[in-house]
Design a protein around this ligand. Structure first.
Ligand code: UN1
Length: 498
C-alpha cells in the first residue's frame, strides 16, 4: 500500500469529510514514497473575510465564558488527541516524513500543552499594586485579546498549532489556522479531532476554531487584516520578515518563531558518550528539519579528531529509509526543493574551504545521507540556516572564543554546552554567555519540553510560545484603578479645583 493510500484510510477513520478534497486543489505528495493523494480544497481571500467575521462573532461570545470553563474545552481536546494519537502520529509520518517515534512525540507535545493550558485556565493571574492615593486600589488584569491567526510550518505540522490554540482558547481567543501548504492533511485531521472535542463541550460558539488551507494569498490577507489581534507565525526568517513588516504597518501584534542556527560547544571535560548520542539525535533527527536542529558543532581542538571519528562511524551506519519501518532513524526530506537546498549548501561549503567528512549524498526520492562537514571558519554557509541534515564542525582553543563563535550568527534560537566543568557551564548560562532563547547544559539543542517558553532572539524573531508565561502574548493587559473613597485625589499631588 502506498503512503497516500495509508493516509486516505487514516483521514477517513478520523472523520475528515470528502468535501475537504477537490480536483484542482492543493496537490499532496508523500515524501515517504512520492505517492500522490487527492488534492485538498483550497480557500481564497473571500474565505479569509468570512472566517474573520465568524471569528469576531465567536470572540464576542467566548470572552464571556469563564476561563476555567474554556479550559474544559482544551481538556476535552487533550482527551480526543490521546484517543487519536496513533492515527495522527502516523499521518505526521506519512505527510511530513517523520519516523514513527518522532510522529508520536509530536502528538504527545499537543497532549502535553493541552494539559498545561487546562491548568493555566485557573491561573491567568494578574497583580494587585499599591495605589499612592488613599481609598484606591490598583490591579493588573489579563483580558482576552481577540482572534489569533496561526501560520505554521511543515516540520511540526500539528504541534505548533496546538501550542498556540491551547493557550489562545483558554485565554478567550478564537483561532484561525493556516497550515503549511506542504502539510494540509494533518491539519484537516486535527480539525476533525477538534470537532469531536467541540461537540462534547456542547456550547462553544461557531467560528471558534477555523482552518484555512491555502497559499500565500490567504496568509497575506490574514496578516494584513486588523481584525486579527495576534499573528503567530512559525517558519523561515524570510517569511517572518514579511509578516513582521505587514503587522507592524498596522501596529498589530505578532509572535514570531523563525530560523535557528543552533550550536553545541564540546569541551575537553565533556562526557563524550553522551555528547555523541546528543549530537546524533539533534543533528539528524527529523532529517535535520527542526528549527532546533543542531547545525554547528564547536569542539575544543584537542578532542575534535576523536569526536569527529566517532561521529563519522555513527553516521556511516545511520539507518536512512522509510520512516514507518522500525529501526529507521532518518526519514526523507520534505520535498525535492529541500534536497536541492541540501546539495547547494554542501557545494557552497566545499567552495568555502569545507571538507565533507561523511554523508552528503542523495538516494531515491527525497532521501539523503546526513552530512558532517569540517569548516575552516564560520563562513557564509555556516551562518545561514539550511533546513537539512548538515552538521558543520569548527574548532576552538579558548572557551571564550567558543562562546563568541556560538553567538556570532544572525539567529538566536537554541544552544548548548557539553562539559563537566561548573565554571564553563555557568559561564555559558551567564549574561555574557549564550545569547539564545534556549540554553542547555549536557543536553542537545532540540527536543524542548512544552513547559518552558519556546523561541529565540535576533533573526529568530523574539517570540515565545508554549510554556511559562507565553500565554501573556494571547491576552490584553489592563491596568485598573478603583476609587472606593468619597474623595477624588489626583495622582502626583496635582490639584485641579473647579
Ligand atoms: C520547531 O522545529 O519549529 O524543541 C519546533 C523541539 C520541539 C519543537 C521544535 N519541541 O525540537
Amino acid at each position: 500500500m502506498t503512503a497516500a493510500d495509508d493516509a486516505r484510510l487514516i483521514l477517513a477513520r478520523l472523520g475528515v469529510p470528502d468535501t475537504a478534497f477537490s480536483t484542482g486543489g492543493l496537490p499532496c505528495r508523500s515524501p515517504v514514497d512520492g505517492s500522490a493523494g487527492s488534492p485538498v480544497r483550497v480557500h481564497d481571500r473571500s474565505d479569509v473575510d468570512a472566517a474573520l467575521s465568524a471569528a469576531a462573532g465567536a470572540f464576542a461570545a467566548w470572552r464571556r465564558v469563564p476561563a476555567p470553563r474554556r479550559g474544559e474545552l482544551v481538556r476535552l481536546l487533550g482527551e480526543e488527541l490521546r484517543a487519536a494519537k496513533a492515527d495522527l502520529a502516523m499521518l505526521v509520518t506519512l505527510e511530513a516524513g517523520k519516523i514513527t517515534s518522532e510522529g508520536l512525540g509530536e502528538v504527545q507535545e499537543m497532549i502535553d500543552i493541552c494539559d498545561f493550558a487546562t491548568g493555566l485556565s485557573r491561573q491567568l493571574y494578574g497583580l494587585t499594586l499599591p495605589s499612592e492615593r488613599p481609598g484606591h486600589h490598583m490591579r493588573e488584569t489579563w483580558q482576552p485579546l481577540g482572534p489569533v491567526a496561526v501560520i505554521s510550518a511543515f516540520n511540526f505540522p500539528v504541534a505548533v498549532w496546538a501550542w498556540n490554540a491551547a493557550l489562545a482558547l483558554v485565554c478567550g481567543d478564537p483561532v484561525i489556522w493556516k497550515p503549511s501548504e506542504k502539510t494540509p492533511l494533518t491539519a484537516l485531521a486535527v480539525h476533525a479531532v477538534a470537532e469531536r472535542a467541540l461537540a462534547r463541550f456542547g456550547d462553544a460558539p461557531d467560528g471558534l476554531l477555523q482552518l484555512l488551507v491555502g497559499g500565500r494569498d490567504v496568509g497575506e490577507a490574514l496578516v494584513a487584516d486588523p481584525r486579527v489581534a495576534l499573528v503567530s507565525a512559525t517558519g523561515s526568517t524570510r517569511m517572518g520578515r514579511a509578516v513582521a513588516t505587514t503587522v507592524a504597518g498596522r501596529l498589530g501584534r505578532s509572535l514570531l518563531e523563525l530560523g535557528g542556527n543552533n550550536a553545541m560547544i564540546v569541551t575537553p571535560s565533556a562526557d563524550m558518550d553522551m555528547a555523541v548520542r546528543a549530537i546524533a539525535f539533534s543533528a539528524v533527527g527529523t532529517c535535520g528539519q527542526r528549527c532546533t536542529t543542531l547545525r554547528r558543532l564547536l569542539v575544543h581542538e584537542d578532542v575534535a579528531d576523536a569526536l569527529i571519528a566517532r561521529l563519522a562511524s555513527a553516521y556511516s551506519t545511520l539507518p536512512v529509509g522509510d520512516p514507518r519501518a522500525p529501526g529507521t532513524l532518518v526519514g526523507p526530506l520534505i520535498d525535492e526543493d529541500a534536497v536541492k537546498g541540501f546539495e547547494a549548501a554542501l557545494a557552497q561549503a566545499v567552495a568555502e574551504g569545507g571538507t565533507v567528512v561523511v554523508g552528503g549524498t542523495r538516494g531515491e526520492g527525497s532521501y539523503v545521507r546526513p552530512a558532517i562537514v569540517r569548516m575552516p571558519a564560520q563562513s557564509a554557509v555556516v551562518r545561514h540556516e539550511t533546513f537539512a541534515p548538515i552538521l558543520y564542525v569548527l574548532t576552538w582553543r579558548d572557551f571564550d572564543d567558543a562562546v563568541a563563535l556560538q553567538n556570532d550568527v544572525p539567529q538566536g534560537l537554541s544552544s548548548c554546552v557539553f562539559t563537566d566543568s561548573v565554571r564553563e557551564a555557568e559561564a555559558f548560562l551567564s549574561a555574557w554567555g549564550s545569547d539564545c532563547g534556549i540554553a542547555n547544559v549536557n543536553i542537545g539543542p532540540s527536543g524542548a519540553e512544552i513547559g518552558g517558553a519556546f523561541g529565540g532572539e535576533k533573526e529568530t524573531g523574539g517570540g515565545r510560545e508554549s510554556g511559562s508565561d507565553a500565554w501573556k502574548a494571547y491576552m490584553r493587559r489592563q491596568t485598573q484603578t478603583v476609587n472606593f473613597s468619597a474623595d477624588l485625589p489626583l495622582a502626583q499631588g496635582v490639584t485641579f479645583e473647579v
